[in-house]
Design a protein around this ligand. Structure first.
Ligand code: COA
Length: 331
């Protein structure tokens, strides 16, 4: 119903339920290929764990793109100027396009799109923690456009060098568009930071609200990350969670501070000897609560997706089975 995820010979349900013993020789050849920097393509042999991990990660990423459009989408009608409105419309449209690219990349691994959407709606499949918080003011949109897009770029630039061809190519294109988002986010951030006392306060309040979820964005500390070891061995994930967090702090904290905006962590500083940033660990219990479905906006976000699935069903039916009878939704 959502397009073709069918791969001859691959039974997705079976894959999901059993992880088979791998042929040691094929596994060794596969790992040598990755070690050599070659890309793995959809019809190449791959271990089932690699396939399963990629589906989990890419699908989660795709869901994050469509969920990420929701807090920003609520501000399209309230953008302060026509220029900001046009930029926001274009950005939201881009994010949905990113989801399309990523769902298509995940489909090459054999999971049908309909199954991915069902897993999102049932809560089986996760999406980024940050999109479960409300955008209370226009400054929240500015913080999302600057700091969350910056965080996403740190992650995606690294992973675009990863081993799975379709994901790596999708990320290259996504990063090019995200760079524009980041520029417009930063321009809006500077505008508010150098504006009236009211604008500066609105921005500072938004930064204070978003800082903990942004620190959560890169995932739990290395010592509690479940998937990193395997993902990094197979070059799906190109840096650890703490390494990505450190790169983000290194690039973007100075840009915030130079505008006289503070960050709500008295321990945040760069240790010049180690080159590493020191900070107060954000509340990880809150993070796990939010990603398990109990954040401020989870229910609202899922309800919007459910609504979209129901209202769009007739369009998908018409596209994929034009000769069948279908009924238009009642408004
Ligand atoms: N939001 C929601 N869930 C998150 C998360 C986040 N910011 N960070 C980690 N998690 C989840 C993981 O999915 C995993 O849960 P699961 O086993 O039920 O899938 C759990 O927390 C433990 O984390 P970890 O073992 O560190 O997961 P990981 O190795 O997959 O690393 C990311 C987490 C986000 C760094 C990694 O998945 C990634 O790079 N994803 C692609 C980029 C992306 O999704 N970006 C989203 C916004 S643009």
């Amino acid at each position: 119903m959502y397009g073709s995820g069918y791969i001859p010979g691959l039974d997705y349900t079976k894959l999901n339920n059993s992880i088979a013993q791998e042929d040691p020789q094929k596994l060794a050849e596969f790992e040598a290929k990755i070690e050599n920097g070659d890309k793995i393509e959809p019809h190449d042999w791959m271990p089932q764990q690699y396939r399963k991990q990629l589906i989990r990660l890419i699908e989660q990423h795709a869901h994050s793109e469509i969920m990420g459009a929701l807090p920003e989408g609520t501000w399209i009608t309230r953008a302060p100027t026509l220029k900001r409105k046009l930029a926001l419309i274009a950005k939201v449209q881009d994010e949905i396009g990113h989801a399309q690219l990523l769902y298509a990349a995940a489909e090459t691994l054999g999971k049908p799109r309909e199954a991915m959407i069902n897993d999102l709606l049932s809560g089986k499949s996760k999406y980024s923690n940050v999109f479960n918080y409300p955008a209370e003011t226009w400054a929240d949109i500015t913080v999302i456009g600057f700091l969350i897009d910056a965080a996403a770029i740190v992650n995606q630039l690294l992973n675009s060098k990863g081993s799975y061809g379709p994901y790596s190519r999708a990320l290259k294109r996504i990063c090019a568009e995200e760079s524009f988002h980041l520029k417009q986010g930063y321009e809006g951030f500077v505008y508010l930071a150098t504006g009236s006392p009211k604008q500066r306060k609105m921005l500072q309040d938004a930064v204070n609200r978003w800082w903990p979820p942004i620190m959560h964005f890169f995932g739990p500390p290395n010592k509690t990350s479940v998937h990193s070891e395997k993902l990094m061995k197979w070059k799906v994930k190109m840096a650890s969670n703490d390494e990505m967090r450190n790169r983000f702090l290194d690039q973007y904290v100075p840009k915030v501070w130079e505008l006289g905006i503070t960050l709500p962590d008295p321990n945040l500083r760069k240790n010049e000897e180690t080159g590493r940033w020191e900070y107060t660990e954000p509340d990880w219990e809150e993070f796990f609560r939010v990603i398990k479905g109990d954040g401020p906006c989870n229910k609202e976000r899922i309800a919007v997706r459910q609504w979209a699935v129901e209202k769009g069903r007739w369009v998908r039916q018409a596209l994929f089975n034009p000769s069948a009878k279908y009924s238009l939704p009642v408004a």
